[in-house]
Design a binder for this molecule. Structure first.
Ligand code: SAM
Length: 273
């Protein structure tokens, strides 16, 4: 996500008086530019250094049963398999990306990963292979996928649903951008605040912090939160924050990763009892 892109993605208005909805976002991810972008990343980029470090730190036991939300074309799930994790479920609501994930898993001998088509805001335990009383020991929602859910109430729903899939104490790793750490010193957000104050914001956006633009990955909707917002959302959905650090403070990523994704904040939370 690059803050230089400020144009509206220009797709047709959907329900809720033309606001971006989860259908809009799913359609974007099922379009060819997005499929190519995430499939290429799954095949050729793999795990970021920072992701590997956080996974090894917070999910060190490869026998842990893990669920990945928003798995896309399988970049993280297949990399976890290659690291020795064998009890993996991964879901996404974009069926075209899931087809790519299944195909990559087959190619890598990882067809035992349980992929499912499901929406994080209403995912049920049975959809991700849980039997009665079973829970995951860890969850992931990488590369800012949680922030691609339009509407704060829906992001909170997703946090709760993912929590309901996890055992007490299970870690949840996810990333977001951070509005207070933008690389233009906040100039974009100052101007955007002014637009919202005057009612001149893009009418498709729901909340201050939302972005809708085109880039090399196709049409993108993303919410850029500040840190307080995420802490409040975790508290409201049964997660206790454990750690949060900007990627740039964790490791120096190779240029390929830095080009693929701007700096972001890694979050770790634990499921309450
Ligand atoms: C930025 S992509 C990341 C894909 C993959 N995790 C990766 O890192 O390459 C975000 C993913 O989240 C998925 N996603 C967004 N909202 C979702 C929702 N409500 N339920 C399930 N998946 C969702 C998208 O379809 C997309 O595949």
């Amino acid at each position: 996500m690059d803050n230089r892109h400020q144009n509206d993605a220009g797709s047709r208005p959907r329900t809720e008086a033309g606001k971006v909805t989860s259908d809009t976002v799913r359609d974007h991810f099922n379009e060819i530019p997005s499929i190519l972008y995430y499939t290429r990343a799954a095949h050729f980029l793999g795990l970021w250094k920072s992701e590997r470090l956080m996974i090894e730190r917070f999910l060190p036991d490869p026998s842990t049963r893990i669920v990945e939300a928003g798995c896309g074309a399988g970049r993280v799930a297949v990399a976890l398999w290659r690291m020795g994790y064998r009890r993996l479920s991964a879901f996404d609501f974009a069926s075209e990306l899931l087809d790519q994930a299944r195909s990559l898993a087959r190619e890598q001998g990882a067809e035992a990963i349980a992929f499912a088509c499901a929406d994080a805001t209403r995912v049920e335990p049975t959809e991700v292979g849980l039997g009665a009383g079973e829970r995951f020991g860890g969850a992931l929602f990488m590369f800012n996928g949680l922030m691609q859910i339009p509407g704060r109430e829906n992001r909170r729903l997703a946090l709760s649903r993912i929590g309901s899939l996890c055992a007490p104490g299970a870690p949840f790793l996810f990333t977001t951008h951070d509005r207070d750490r933008s690389h233009d010193d906040g100039d974009y957000w100052k101007a955007e605040r002014e637009r919202w104050n005057r009612g001149l914001q893009n009418p498709r956006l729901r909340e201050f912090g939302d972005r809708h633009f085109n880039d090399e990955s196709g049409k993108v909707f993303i919410h850029i939160p500040d840190r307080t917002e995420i802490l409040e959302d975790l508290a409201s959905s049964g997660w206790a924050p454990v750690a949060d650090t900007m990627r740039s403070e964790l490791v120096l990523e190779p240029p390929a990763v830095a080009e693929f994704s701007d700096d972001c904040r890694f979050w770790v939370a634990r499921r309450g009892a």
